[in-house]
Design a protein around this ligand. Structure first.
Ligand code: GH3
Ligand code: MG
Ligand code: MG
Ligand code: MG
Ligand code: MG
Length: 298
């Protein structure tokens, strides 16, 4: 029969662990016992329980400290219920403030314990389902809207998502950045190294303009969309990008080399279409290309 929950009981009292075993025996649950903090941590990692019943007074540690250790190692939705004879106000507050799912005082009522465990397990299963759905949605989102080589947003993202979020009341800036003499990199070092350069420069752009949307616009062209910034903010980022890319070290066949890029910047005009705005940034970019590259033009 499929088990519907993995429970770890952490308690140094054999009386308590046997009692819990009796209560849960009839249920379709898998049970493990740990008598101290060390055993508990080992079991958390090996067994990956859905729910932990955690005593506070333990021979080698205290349950509150152990709670924090478990949190660091256990999967995200693991439920932890304190089951303890520490019934004073401060202890209850400490346990619940740490984020425990529940706090049950000893001596406990068997039926109540079971119901509370089942309730937490149901919540856990729902959270797991939700997490799986979110992960699936995120994978689908990435497939649709991210470029496979660089991981940056793609043009489809601009058409399907970004264009619907434009607000005429929010000032915007665009940067079109194009790698300088990239054809030479491919011709001299080969297409694979060319790809490595694209990945390196893309991640530099993503890190430097982390607050904004960075799109792989074409082969070696990138579009950065700034919302709610001044021209000065934008040119500061452009200079950071220029500097960071220029100093990014590449290596192939025993040779060290560097790449640069040229940027065209435009203040977004909401009276024009998105493409027309990109064309304006393009014009600035080509001005920069004709005037020595490795620069930005407004
Ligand atoms: P400029 O400074 O004027 O921009 O010169 P450029 O050589 O960078 O520009 P050009 O348009 O002549 O060449 C761009 C090159 O980028 C040509 C194309 O093969 C290469 N490219 C485009 N996409 C990719 C890619 O995904 N991987 C690799 N390795 N190369 C690519
Ligand atoms: Mg104890
Ligand atoms: Mg180009
Ligand atoms: Mg180029
Ligand atoms: Mg060219």
């Amino acid at each position: 029969m499929e088990k519907n929950g993995k429970i770890l009981v952490v308690d140094d009292s054999i009386m308590i662990t046997s009692q819990v075993e009796r209560i849960l025996k009839s249920e379709t649950m898998e049970l493990k016992i740990a008598h101290d903090g060390k055993q508990a941590m080992q079991t958390v990692m090996d067994f990956q329980p859905d729910l932990i019943l955690l005593d506070v007074e333990l021979p080698d540690t205290n349950g509150f400290t152990l709670y924090e250790e478990i949190q660091k190692r256990a999967p995200q939705n693991t439920k932890i219920i304190f089951l303890t004879s520490r019934d004073d106000h401060d202890a209850v507050l400490t346990g619940m403030t740490l984020g425990a799912s529940d706090y049950i005082k000893k001596p406990f009522d068997a039926d109540e314990l079971l119901i509370r465990i089942m309730s937490q397990l149901r919540t856990k299963h729902k959270e797991d389902e939700l997490q799986k759905m979110e992960e699936k949605a995120s994978v689908l989102h990435n497939l649709a809207f991210r470029d496979a080589l660089t991981g940056l947003l793609n043009r489809n993202y601009v058409d399907q998502k970004l264009k619907n979020t434009l607000d005429i009341n929010i000032p915007m800036m665009l940067i079109i950045a194009d790698i300088d003499d990239f054809k030479y990199v491919n011709d001299y070092f080969g297409h694979e190294i060319g790809d490595m350069v694209l990945i390196g420069i893309a991640s530099t752009l993503a890190a430097t303009a982390a607050k904004w949307e960075v799109i792989r616009w074409g082969g070696e062209e990138f579009l950065i969309v700034f919302k709610g910034v001044t021209q000065q903010d934008c040119t500061e980022v452009a200079e950071q990008i220029r500097y960071a890319v220029e100093h990014l070290p590449f290596h192939s066949n025993g040779e060290d080399f560097h790449c640069t890029l040229t940027q065209g910047i435009t203040c977004y005009d909401h009276a024009l279409t998105f493409s027309e705005n990109v064309e304006m940034a393009d014009k600035a970019l080509y001005y920069g290309k004709r005037h020595g590259k490795n620069c930005f033009i407004c």
